[in-house]
Design a protein around this ligand. Sequence first.
Ligand SMILES: [Zn+2]
Length: 175
Amino acid sequence: MRTLLLDNSFYPVQIISWQKAILLLFTGRAEVVDHYEDDLNIQTVNANFPRPKILRLFNRHHTNQFVKFSRQNVFLRDNYTCQYCGERHSYQELTFDHVIPQCRGGKTSWTNIVTCCRLCNGQKGSKLPSEFKYKLKSEPRIPDWHPSMCLKLKQGDPEEWFNWFIRPEVDKLSA
Ligand SMILES: [Zn+2]
């Protein structure tokens, strides 16, 4: 049984186990929006309460930690566009590039990884941005959107959860 986690503006953030949901509740970081209506209540030493179906975080800042750093999310952030030549490509044709190359101390992180086409990646090699013919199209940063792409509904999840996913932002991301 799972719990849908929303941020403080009711935006879906993640689907978590009910055990994790309880932890968020007990540590005062979230409140219950809705709970499961069955008999499988949670028993503690001095309480008995229904399992949370939807939780809302009090703090918006919690959401960024859930933006998973992954190849796909980097491509989404950069709109599948090579950050050097500016060409848009399909997932298969893209790679990611360390802006400051690893051999020169660059980290594998949101702020040092950009979407890059194979051609540019081959040409850039271990050059610094200042040594490469193209300027970066945009400064790489931690995405400010919510990782709705990471939310995968499973069979058996409550049907009303789908209501939380019909958002223009989600449409834009999956385009
Ligand atoms: Zn390119």
